[in-house]
Design a binder for this molecule. Structure first.
Ligand code: 13P
Ligand code: ZN
Length: 269
């Protein structure tokens, strides 16, 4: 089958990374049924032939006006599509969309008219925000990591930076590789514009945010790096739970040890 990825190795490599991460999300048990979604800004790989490609869908509203996305292109997981299927067939379980000049609507251009994720308002609002800030981040990942979601069912972990500090203190790598910590967003209806707006506000201070009793949303330079940030946080949650299951509250690294880490590795917090 003719694919937009044919003879475009750089674009194909980005989509292959999405497929690889989708497989990890399924293997970790974070992607039940159609759970989770991934979008990647692929505008830098778009050539004149892609720009000339006709739409293969009707014009669809985004639900928000996003001025920095004019003429941008995104790979998006399809709504109701499974990560475990996407891992093997990314272009049958996702599609590439073009944002139109009104910055408020999009069309699908390839490979087939798979409707993008229901969380598109959050994903695209976040990409708009990232561009407006001049950040090099190109990928956003939403997933349902079991232990982190479980923690969000306890009010004490929803207070600002309580979960971050606990998770950082479980193992030094978590602060090193998720240096801005875990932001918290109180429960909001999935796929709503309110959830999108709250997510952007929280990304001022964090690369990974918790959607209370739902999942996490992470941004980074590419999909692999966004996945890594979630993975280190959830690893810390697992260490915390393992200690609790052994019948004790883990001591955690001390504040001094964590400060020492921040200085030694030049971390932002
Ligand atoms: P989609 O199948 O529409 O991507 O939704 C999955 C999800 O996790 C919603 O929050
Ligand atoms: Zn979800």
């Amino acid at each position: 089958m003719e694919s937009i990825l044919n003879n475009r190795p750089a674009l194909a490599a980005e989509v292959e990374k999405v497929a690889e991460v989708a497989g990890y999300l399924w293997q970790k048990g974070w992607a039940e049924r159609n759970g989770g979604n991934i979008t990647v800004n692929v505008t830098e790989y778009v050539d004149d032939a892609i720009k000339a490609m006709p739409a293969i869908s009707e014009v669809k509203p985004i639900g928000a006006v996003l001025p920095h996305l004019k003429g941008c292109y995104f790979y998006c997981k399809g709504t109701q599509k499974r990560m475990r299927d996407l891992a093997r067939r990314p272009m049958e379980n996702g599609s590439i969309i073009r944002i139109l000049d009104d910055c408020a609507s999009y069309v699908i251009i390839a490979d087939s008219p798979v409707m993008p994720t229901s969380e598109l308002p959050s994903h695209l609002s976040v990409h708009n925000y990232l561009i407006s800030k001049g950040l090099p981040y190109k990928a956003s990942v939403h997933t349902h990591p079991i232990e982190l979601v479980a923690m969000s069912h306890n009010k004490k972990f929803l207070e600002k930076d309580v979960a971050s500090n606990l998770l950082w203190s479980m193992i030094p790598e978590t602060k090193a590789f998720c240096p801005r910590g875990l932001g918290i967003i109180p429960y909001k209806l999935p796929s709503s514009v309110e959830l999108a707006e709250a997510t952007i506000r929280e990304l001022d201070d964090y690369d990974v945010v918790m959607w209370e009793k739902h999942g996490v949303f992470a941004v980074d330079v590419d999909v692999m790096a966004a996945f890594d940030q979630i993975d280190v946080l959830n690893k810390s949650a697992l260490i915390y739970i393992a200690a609790k299951n052994m019948g004790f509250e883990p001591d955690g690294m001390s504040q001094e040890q964590m400060k020492e880490m921040s200085v030694a590795f030049n971390l932002p917090k």
